[in-house]
Structures are given as structure tokens and as C-alpha cells.
Design a protein around this ligand. Structure first.
Ligand code: GDP
Ligand code: MG
Length: 670
């Protein structure tokens, strides 16, 4: 059985166009998983077959692809680049142990990589950097390193560096061996040879920096360096330790498109990214969500597996991608889902290689597999045994910022739509479907225009649903304008008894992005009804007085309650708190908040003025304009509602030459 020491669960993180797909293709090819190299530009890549259903009935929106390198089993977990797919990024960060961050050798650190970098910080994920596209005109390895230091506040440690001949990237120098590598056309290593004097001089500067960085964190290296006994293994060991402890980020150079520098990158994944063993444990809590306990990543412990993605296939039903954190199970086993309190049988256990599936009969700690046969599961579920029930912390997903009405063309299709909706809800926790209270129409909500557009395209491709769509509308929120308090006297018959509850609540506006906080000033004796009051308040906050939008950024304090302990039901307390919150909000009055987005636009210099002018006419605020390589980068913020259809506008403003990304920043007054 594979030891989990030899497993690398990792993702590739990159800004759009930095070369994530191209790099992935090279990794799959060189590790022997595919027999020919796929090219993004010819539409022949493995991982970009996204929406196509393969004959096995599984869509290769591949959540995870496995491949072998040397003695290690790599599980490459997909992390989509576009910020509209936050849910995908978050859920994949959760299951991976390490990441390869790809930067473009010309553009350096772009916003989206900044965002994902921060998320990776949040999950404590060790990473290595691949500086790609170093073959391009204007590429500058040192500039990207500086940019990483500046924007990401990271300590970098170059391990391979580019070697140019007459401005052409031909080879890579490995600073550990101080040798240069050339590559065959298909990316395999051609030759490893020593350096010339000039090359040694060039490389020594980086090597010195490497030793300096290492000695800052590792006394042994200093000793060995001083006594001139520093061996390659010592360096690899020290870099591995520092990288896994997140003291610094090892950096590798190359060009995926030109097949330069990929085998050293594969070695780096094996050498410098952690195995599940290195990570050791994850926090879990028991079925009452109370006591935290450490789930050790060991095969001989109790089973804990986590479903990080669910896909729906009409042939196979639900297909779950899961990571086994601890314990083991085999084909045919029954697994327990604490959320549904049900046992479910594993029908088929598969490992997904690049373009084939391999049936396996058992799986153990550290591994990632695909399971079919489970009936009632969704993303975020934990699976375990009935006698050891444990939950892993659930991922909190952001709420949708944009809605659109969708309508089927006839009643027959309505049923098809409901089936599709059920399947999408299973797969993507950031999509929302709801009914418009006034019109009865179905609304679809998501993280951005692109997100919704892709779902609608998939409805069309996979479910043959041709929907009529309304204009996009933003999801508003409300926030209290003033501080105030309110006392509500509840007097109603519930469960056969007249119930009297008198409740006093106080509200104060909080700063933007704070969310809601409920404070309790009641004495301890009344703590048993606190959860009922809290439920009532939370429900009341779902619908503000201005437009029935959810209320945010408020502090609500429970000041006082009077009720008859012997005969008041929790239902009455909850109802009282709900109604009281409604009156409280009406007293405080609310103001509307709307989603404000952060934009990053890259454009050839000649369009910069026009694009800025257009943004200003949309009341956008320009935060920064700077040059990166041969393009200008404009950073701005603007209200989402004036940015609908911006893809099209920008295309016409720049003759199709500018690109942009947009991500949610905060809810604020428009
Ligand atoms: P992704 O959006 O991050 O997945 O990026 P892709 O892999 O789709 O690459 C975006 C574009 O950059 C494609 O046209 C690739 O052919 C090109 N590209 C990727 N890697 C390189 C590289 O190393 N050098 C050059 N010159 N182009 C590259
Ligand atoms: Mg791609």
C-alpha cells in the first residue's frame, strides 16, 4: 500500500492567462499520464475539457487528477483561476496540502493571485512558485521576484534560474547542483552539464542569496557552509523544512509553452511540498459541534473523509470527490454521514488519471478518490463510521452578489429546470435559486456575471434547457442608520396557552464589513432561552424595512426579557424576538448597501486614457495606475450595478486588447 509520505495533494494557483492549464498539461505529460501534449491554443488540453461529458458519464471539471512522479503519487487538485468561482477555490484549498503558484514572467503578481495567495495564507498552505513565460519578450525573472516580495510580503528563495542565450531562453540553472539543464522538444531533460565561468558568476549571486536565506532559519546550514561541507542533500532537506514551515517560498524558473524547466518543477513538488504526514492533523468536532479534537492523518485511526466536490452525472448519479484524512475504507463499505444521520454504501471507488479511470478496492489516509453510489451527500459533508462520528469544519462560502430571473419557454421544461437546479445546487454551494416574492419568477444568484453565464450555458448543453433570462440585478443589503432600542410586548395564543413575552432589544450601526453581532445582557439564569431569542433576531435580520433585503453591519443587544418561565414556549420567545427585530429596524431606519467591486484592467498604453474616462463616467474610483512590462495596469473600484456587461464595453474601448478581472470588495453605499 502507498505510504502517505509519498503522496502530494497540491493545486496550481494562477491569475488567468499566467499559464496554469499549459503547465498542468506538461505535468501530466511528463509524468506519463498522457501520451501527447495538449495545447490550450488548439483546444486539446485535458483539464480544459470542462463541460464535456466523457463516455464514463463523469464531467471532467476535474476536481482532482492523479499522476505518478518518481516514487510519489501526485493528486493535482483543480483550483479555478477566475474569482467568480470562489467556492471552487476555497473548497480546493481546504483539501490540498500544498500549492504551486504560477506567475507570468512579464506581468508578475496580478490581483487574482494576490487574492488566492491570501486565501492560501488563511489555510496555512505551504507553496512553491513557478515563474512561467520567461521565454516572452519583456520577461524579467528578477522583477517578478521583487514583485512577490513587495506585494505578497513573502521571503523568496530561487532554486532554479533562467539562462538566456542571445535573449533566448534555452536552459535553466539548478542552484543546488550548480549545473545547467537543457530540454528536449517534449520537455524531458536533454542534458545536464557544468557551468562556464560567466555562468558561474551569474549563478553565484543567487546561490549566495540562497545560503543566506537558509542560514537565517537553519543553524546547521551555517555550520556546514562555514566548514565547506554543505552537500546537495543538506540543501534539499533545509529547503524542504523551511518551505513546509512557511519560512520562505522556493522559486523555479521556466516556460511551459516552450517546455523549459518542467522536470525540475516536478522534482520540486516532490521535494518541497508537504505530504499529508507533514501536515499531520486537521481539527474536527463531534456531532454536537462542541469539542474540538485533532484528527491525525493515520490509516490505523478511525475513518474521517471529507467530500470536497460533488458532481452529478445522469449515467452514474452522484459522484463525490473525497479526501480521506484518517482511517481507511474499501469498496462496498457503508459509510456514515453525520449530517443526514444515514449510512450509505460505496458502489465504485475510482482514481482519476488524466484521461482514464482506475478502479481501486480500498483507500486510506492522505489519499484522494472518487466515489459513486452515494445518494444523499453534498459538498462539505464529512463521512465516517457510525461509532466514531466527527465533523470537519465547514467551509463558509460568500453570498451571491448578483441575481437574474430565468424562465422556461413552456411548462414541460419547468420540470427539467427543477432537475437541473437540484444538480447544480449539489455541485456548487455559491449558486442560489429562489423565487421572487412579488412576481413568482425563478431567480438565479451567483458570484458574478461569468459565474451565472456559465451555469446557463451548462443548462443549455447538458440539460437542453433554453432559458429566457432577465437583466442582471445586484443583491442589495440594508444597514441601520441610527442607534435605537425597542420594547415589544408579545401576547398570543400558542400551543393552547396565551403567552406573554416582553422583550427589549437595542441596535447600533457597526462599521462596514463587520456583519451582525448579537450581544446578550441577560443574566445567566435565562441562558436557556438565549438560542430562541437569537434565532428570532437572526430571522428578523433577514429582511430589512427598506426593501426586504438582508440586514448587515449591526450590533443587536438583548437588554431585557420578561416571561413566565413555567409556561412560555420557546416558539413564543422566538416569534417575539423576530417581530421585535422588525420594529427595531423600522425605528432605526436603514440605508441600502450594494456590492462594490475591485477591478484590475491590463491594457496597452494607448487605451489607458479612454478606459479611465469610461470608468469615471461610471462613478468608478481609480485607485492606482502602473506600468507592468508593456502594459498599463489600472486598479479601480466601482459599484457592481454599473459594471454589468463590462466585458463587451472593454472590448470595444480597447479593440479587444485589454483584459480585466473583477472581484467582490465589500457592501457599501453606492
Ligand atoms: P491559464 O489561464 O492560467 O490556464 O493560462 P493558459 O495555460 O491557458 O495560457 C494562456 C496563454 O498563454 C495561452 O495562449 C498559452 O499558450 C500561453 N502561454 C502559457 N505558457 C506560456 C509560456 O511559458 N510562454 C509563452 N510565451 N506563452 C505561454
Ligand atoms: Mg486555464
Amino acid at each position: 500500500m502507498q505510504s502517505s509520505k509519498n503522496i502530494r495533494n497540491f493545486g496550481i494557483i494562477a491569475h488567468i492567462d499566467a499559464g496554469k492549464t499549459t503547465t498542468t498539461e506538461r505535468i501530466l505529460y511528463l509524468s506519463g499520464s498522457t501520451y501527447k501534449i495538449g495545447e490550450v491554443d488548439d483546444g486539446t488540453t485535458i483539464t480544459d475539457w470542462m463541460l464535456e461529458e466523457k463516455e464514463h458519464g463523469i464531467t471532467i471539471t476535474s476536481a482532482a487528477v492523479s499522476c505518478l512522479w518518481n516514487n510519489s503519487m501526485f493528486h493535482l487538485i483543480d483550483t479555478p483561476g477566475h474569482v467568480d468561482f470562489t467556492a471552487e477555490v476555497q473548497r480546493s484549498l481546504r483539501v490540498l496540502d500544498g500549492a504551486v503558484v504560477v506567475f507570468c514572467g512579464v506581468s508578475g503578481v496580478q490581483t487574482q493571485s494576490e487574492t488566492v495567495w491570501k486565501q492560501a495564507d488563511k489555510y496555512n498552505i505551504p507553496r512553491i512558485v513557478f515563474i512561467n513565460k520567461l521565454d516572452r519578450l519583456g520577461a524579467n525573472f528578477d522583477f517578478v521576484i521583487k514583485d512577490i516580495k513587495k506585494k505578497l510580503k513573502a521571503v523568496t528563495l530561487p532554486v532554479t534560474i533562467p539562462l538566456y542565450k542571445n535573449d533566448n531562453l534555452k536552459e535553466i540553472i539548478n542552484l543546488i547542483t550548480m549545473k545547467k539543464l537543457s530540454f528536449k522538444e517534449d520537455g524531458n531533460i536533454n542534458e545536464i552539464v557544468g557551468l562556464t565561468n560567466d555562468e558561474t558568476k551569474y549563478a553565484e549571486k543567487y546561490k549566495e542569496e540562497m545560503i543566506n536565506t537558509l542560514t537565517n532559519f537553519d543553524d546547521k546550514i551555517l555550520e556546514l557552509a562555514l566548514s565547506d561541507c554543505l552537500k546537495e542533500e543538506d540543501l534539499i532537506k533545509a529547503i524542504r523544512k523551511g518551505a513546509i514551515e512557511r519560512k520562505f517560498i522556493p522559486v523555479f524558473a521556466g516556460s511551459s509553452l516552450k517546455n523549459i524547466g518542467i522536470p525540475p518543477l516536478l522534482d520540486a513538488i516532490e521535494h518541497y511540498l508537504p505530504s499529508p504526514d507533514d501536515i499531520g492533523f486537521i481539527n474536527g468536532f463531534n456531532s454536537k459541534k462542541e469539542i474540538w479534537e485533532k484528527i491525525l492523518f493515520k490509516s490505523d485511526s478511525d475513518l474521517v473523509a471529507y467530500i470536497f466536490k460533488v458532481q452529478f452525472s445522469r449515467e452514474k448519479g452522484i459522484i463525490a470527490f473525497l479526501r480521506v484524512y484518517s482511517g481507511k475504507f474499501k469498496n462496498g463499505d457503508s459509510l456514515f454521514n453525520p449530517r443526514t444521520k444515514k449510512r450509505e454504501r460505496v458502489q465504485d471507488l475510482l482514481k482519476v488519471f488524466a484521461d482514464k479511470f482506475e478502479r481501486i478496492d480500498h483507500v486510506s489516509a492522505g489519499d484522494i478518490v472518487t466515489v459513486s453510489g452515494l445518494k444523499d451527500v453534498k459538498t462539505g459533508d464529512t463521512l465516517c463510521r457510525e461509532n466514531y462520528q466527527v465533523l470537519l469544519e465547514n467551509i463558509t462560502f460568500p453570498e451571491p452578489v448578483i441575481f437574474m430571473t430565468i424562465e422556461t419557454k413552456n411548462a414541460l421544461e419547468k420540470e427539467k429546470l427543477n432537475t437541473a437546479i437540484d444538480a447544480f445546487l449539489l455541485e456548487d454551494p455559491t449558486i442560489v435559486f429562489k423565487e421572487d416574492k412579488d412576481t413568482g419568477q425563478t431567480l438565479i444568484g451567483g458570484m458574478g456575471e461569468l459565474h451565472i453565464q456559465i451555469i446557463l450555458e451548462r443548462m443549455k448543453n447538458q440539460y437542453k434547457l433554453d432559458l429566457r433570462c432577465g437583466h442582471p440585478q445586484v443583491a442589495y443589503k440594508e444597514t441601520p442608520k441610527n442607534s435605537t432600542s425597542y420594547t415589544y410586548v408579545f401576547n398570543q395564543k400558542i400551543e393552547g396557552n396565551i403567552q406573554h413575552v416582553t422583550l427589549t432589544l437595542e441596535i447600533t450601526p457597526d462599521e462596514r464589513t463587520k456583519g451582525n453581532l448579537i450581544k446578550n445582557e441577560l443574566d445567566k439564569k435565562q441562558s436557556d432561552i438565549f438560542s430562541s431569542i437569537e434565532k428570532g433576531i437572526t430571522n428578523g435580520l433577514n429582511s430589512g424595512p427598506e426593501g426586504a433585503y438582508p440586514v448587515t453591519d449591526s450590533v443587536i443587544t438583548i437588554k431585557d426579557i420578561e416571561y413566565d418561565q413555567s409556561k412560555t414556549s420557546p416558539v413564543a420567545v422566538e416569534a417575539c424576538a423576530n417581530i421585535c427585530t422588525g420594529y427595531l429596524l423600522r425605528e432605526a431606519k436603514t440605508i441600502l448597501l450594494e456590492p462594490i467591486m475591485k477591478l484590475e484592467i491590463s491594457t496597452p498604453v494607448e487605451f489607458t486614457g479612454t478606459i479611465i474616462g469610461d470608468l469615471q463616467s461610471r462613478n468608478g474610483i481609480i485607485l492606482n495606475v502602473h506600468k507592468t512590462g508593456d502594459v498599463d495596469v489600472i486598479i479601480a473600484k466601482a459599484s457592481l450595478k454599473v459594471m454589468f456587461g463590462y466585458t463587451t464595453s472593454l472590448r470595444s474601448l480597447s479593440q479587444g486588447k485589454a483584459t480585466f478581472t473583477m472581484e467582490f470588495l465589500l457592501y457599501d453605499e453606492g
